[in-house]
Design a protein around this ligand. Sequence first.
Ligand SMILES: NC(=O)c1ccc[n+]([C@@H]2O[C@H](COP(=O)([O-])OP(=O)(O)OC[C@H]3O[C@@H](n4cnc5c(N)ncnc54)[C@H](OP(=O)(O)O)[C@@H]3O)[C@@H](O)[C@H]2O)c1
Length: 294
Amino acid sequence: MKRILITGANKGIGLATVEAALNHHHDVAVVLGVRNIERGQAAIDRLCEHHPARASRLELLEIDVADDQSVVQARDTVITRHGADPYPLFGLVNNAGIGLGSNDIDAVVNTNTLGVKRVCDAFIPLVKSAGRVVNISSASGPKFVSLCSEEMRAFFQDASVNWSEIETLLHSVISQPQDARHFQSLGLGAINAYGLSKACVSLYTMVLARENPELCVNACTPGFIETDLTRPQAEASGASPADLGMKSPEYGTVPILFLLFGMPPTSGHYYGSDAKRSPLHFYRAPGDPEYFGP
Ligand SMILES: NC(=O)c1ccc[n+]([C@@H]2O[C@H](COP(=O)([O-])OP(=O)(O)OC[C@H]3O[C@@H](n4cnc5c(N)ncnc54)[C@H](OP(=O)(O)O)[C@@H]3O)[C@@H](O)[C@H]2O)c1
């Protein structure tokens, strides 16, 4: 069995990824990382309602990616359940995320960027050689980068950047008043906590791939998907999710499954919802020519 851990697995794209992995890969077992055990159990109950045999391939793991202690406890739980040798995980999907449209930069960065770092620090040592790490980023990342100064656009694509440089940038953003003047003084074109958090996730993916050459580490956007994260956008506009172009959570699993179980030609890159490579500094729509740049 290939065991994969998916954070934020109780609903939305995370839950759809659990189901798609079970349906398409019979040698896969999934650890559903959830911050609330009741919501997690309800998700497992739904998955098993018409497919009771799935239960043997599913387990719950309490993990709040925004909390250092919770992540460490979750790591210890996996070791207690499955041991550390041989490596208990084939794959890790950093899916938990919040904050589309939020102005709470601290909270959004803590979950979306620092959360990915926390989980990677704790769990990558448990991922077997040639295993997979998939960071769920967003097209909001390249859109955010496209509005930055030339210097910051270069920063967000720089394969030699290290984590402490990303942390320094985030600290500069968070430590000052979060207004347009402050953002502009840092070369960041727009106040957009979510876009910033995801641009940093895609950049961190390059760092991770460089530091873990034995793994296949990539980021992707699932596309524009109707979930609890995006539905308020439709409600605010008065249009239906479909009219706005939102797709089903199942559609969003395509690049994730490709990066988990397919043959991605590269490590350390960002892929679009069509499972083709995309740039970090401007938006490539699904179906547009694949990006082959640095
Ligand atoms: N939907 C889109 O169009 C879209 C586009 C691009 C990228 N994404 C990304 O896709 C990922 C999944 O989003 P979604 O659309 O499926 O949203 P969603 O339906 O709101 O699901 C988010 C999941 O993350 C969990 N979560 C949030 N904070 C957490 C924390 N601190 N610790 C652990 N779990 C946490 C939530 O758990 P609770 O139920 O406990 O809140 C939920 O399971 C996110 O990273 C999002 O940024 C989504």
